[in-house]
Ligand binder design. Structure first.
Ligand code: AAO
Length: 442
């Protein structure tokens, strides 16, 4: 079971990530931060320019090589690992261009890294390739170009060596983990081979971006030997029980019995940078209902949760604001709202969900559960204030606890039999979360 929590600081600059590690993520005990691809990419204001690599120089919209190294060092110093978004399935599209660090490229030619033969290509022409257009066909998904992006032949020894050397470079800078972008479009054995060719003695945490669609040819389980895997169905399945009223009561036992991948392999999230522009059940735009979803994500015993931290957008292509995050100018900073739950998860530790209760007489909008004797949460998804009755079982030992979702401003007493000692009001779309690490000292 994963007790940590990580956050994707999407499109933050290296300098701002370093400040956030020191000011918030470290003190709140986040295990890691996922940063946007730090290598050279195509020029342009759109966020997705970061997913079109031009070289592996650590120069990007987020900052210079030097700033990158400084960020990794400062985050590490306060106990926060840096997980890099690694884009090695493909390189930049188009017939010609210049990257943000001045590297010139032409069609499927990224001198000195890759030449046209390093990419999958048509039999008779190394300047072109088929397009991914049939997700039921493994070859099509893994050997053709995804949205026109030249697809690297990751089974080639030269390509594997080049990727392994990029990864080594990141580890040398102190990076602790990788998100392997578009893993689904790389043969899993080939992915395992380049990972095994890294020479660094650091063993990174690796998770693979694989969206397992119904009946599709690529299955998440193909990757379990090499990495954890993004479980996109968590958001869909759990989200549908949060979006519609009256269904919170069904959220007991989230896991394999729901058709999800094994908990120990799963990276979970409510939304990510793609789905918040696509089919995410809820995003920051949904207000308090989205908070309910994130509170469930962080208190669930399933998977390794990743919080999304966004900037506001209307146009889905829009790049990040030109200001520092969390100062109110265009950044959402969702993760700041749930800081207290990170320590809650650490207290909950390896304990599974127990004593799951539907509290509103079968209406199904208010639930509570414990994680052993260490942590307790009650979540009110309804539009009305709910009174958590004196006598509600928490499994916690007697004492006075802070509600960690309330900046520790309110306290709740638990009696000798592990029950709530007074009636407690939980606001609409609100929650109380108590744990052994946040008891009131006398
Ligand atoms: C940009 C332009 C393009 C242009 C291209 C080249 O937008 O118009 O052709 O440049 O010039 C990001 C952006 C892209 C952008 C790209 C490069 O999203 O718009 O293209 O940078 O700049 C598939 C992949 C998955 C991928 C996802 C977007 O499998 O790996 O598409 N995600 C990653 C990154 C993403 C990035 C890239 C990959 C490329 O996170 O940010 O692209 O580096 C189904 C399939 C999935 C498929 C989705 C979307 O999913 O199963 O494999 O993902 O469709 O096409 C349910 C179903 C599920 C379904 C899902 C969504 O959940 O169960 O099966 O709904 O419909």
């Amino acid at each position: 079971m994963r007790i940590g929590t990580f956050v994707h600081l999407f499109e933050w600059s290296h300098g701002d990530v370093a400040i956030e590690c020191e000011a918030f993520l470290g003190p709140k005990k986040f295990s890691a931060v996922q940063v946007s691809p730090p290598n050279e990419h195509i020029v342009g204001d759109e966020w997705w320019t970061r997913y079109q690599p031009v070289s592996y120089a650590l120069e990007s919209r987020s900052g210079s090589h030097e700033a990158f190294v400084d960020m990794v060092k400062r985050c590490k110093a306060v106990g926060v690992d840096v997980i890099v978004d690694v884009v090695v399935n493909h390189m930049a599209a188009g017939s010609e261009g210049v990257g943000v660090n001045g590297t010139h490229y032409t069609n499927r030619n990224f001198d000195p890294l890759y030449s046209p033969d390093d990419f999958h290509h048509s039999e008779s022409d190394n300047q072109s390739n088929c397009q991914v257009n049939d997700y039921n066909d493994l070859e099509n998904v893994q050997k053709c170009d995804l949205v026109g992006l030249p697809d690297l032949d990751t089974s080639s020894p030269k390509v594997q060596k080049t990727i392994a050397s990029y990864l080594d470079n990141l580890l040398e800078a102190g990076v602790a983990g990788f998100r392997l972008d578009a893993s689904k479009h790389q043969e899993s054995e080939a992915l395992g081979q380049y990972l095994s060719q890294m020479s660094s003695t650091t063993v990174p945490y690796v998770f693979c971006e694989v969206i397992e669609g119904d009946e599709e040819a690529v299955k998440a389980e193909m990757y379990f030997d090499y990495c954890d895997v993004t479980e996109f169905n968590f958001a869909q399945e759990v989200g549908s029980n949060i979006v519609s009223p009256g269904k919170m009561k069904f959220l007991s036992g989230v896991g394999s019995s729901w058709g999800l991948i094994p908990s120990d392999s799963a990276v979970t999230f409510t939304d990510n940078h793609d789905t918040q522009r696509g089919n995410a059940p809820l995003t920051y735009k949904d207000g308090p209902l989205y908070d309910v979803f994130n509170i469930f994500l962080l208190t669930s015993d399933y998977g390794y949760p990743k919080l999304m931290s966004s900037y506001e957008f209307d146009d889905p292509d829009q790049g990040p604001p030109d200001s520092s995050p969390c100062d109110g100018h265009g950044w959402v900073c969702e993760h700041r709202r749930y800081g207290g739950l990170v320590a809650w998860r650490i207290s909950a530790g390896e304990n599974e969900v127990s004593n799951f209760q539907s509290l509103d007489d079968g209406e199904g909008d208010v639930i509570c559960f414990s994680r052993g004797n260490a942590a307790f949460v009650a979540i009110n998804r309804s539009e009305d204030t709910f009174v958590l009755k004196c006598g509600t079982e928490t499994n916690l030992r007697a004492g006075t606890y802070y509600n960690v979702l309330d900046d520790n401003e309110s306290t709740i007493d638990i009696d000798e039999s592990g029950k709530v000692s007074n009636d407690i009001e939980i606001g609409a779309m609100g929650a109380v979360a108590l744990h052994l690490g946040a008891m009131h000292e006398y």
